[in-house]
Write a new protein. Sequence first.
Length: 175
Amino acid sequence: MAARERTTPAVAKGSGFWHVPIVTEYSQETQKLLKVMMQESKLTNFQQRHLTNCIKRGDSLPDKCSPTSSKEPELSKPVSPPKAFLSISPYGRPRLRPAEMCRAGDAYIREKFRPQATRDLEKEKERLQNIFATGKDKVEKKPKKEPVKVEEKVPEPDRFEECMYNGLPWLKAVI
């Protein structure tokens, strides 16, 4: 009967033999330091109140504090890329693709700008002046490059051999 009359559980949630709550007491110096830091950081009243309550209870300070209300920030669902498929209607005809599938392709990506080679503006001006003056485009003939003449190296005759063979022609035939 006694168990039926209780409206609160005998053991608080999150406590018990295996779940001993960790109570941290902050020293007076730490509490003063945290209050000064809260004032300097220009926190909202809600944020200051939330941190002060955590200090009084001895809880660890939160990593993130919602800026304006006690409402927990909602985590957005991760967006998965659209599946590539071609839906076919019951009549056997392909339907139009959804816009997300069209955008997922490379059709809407701009090409990177690549500048072209620069022109000589003075030559361009002269060419246009000639066209307006004469009505004809003056074709510039580039001078032909003359091939470079390569001189063959003639080996220098050895003066010793020249003297030897000129003086003794029969020796040349023997050697």
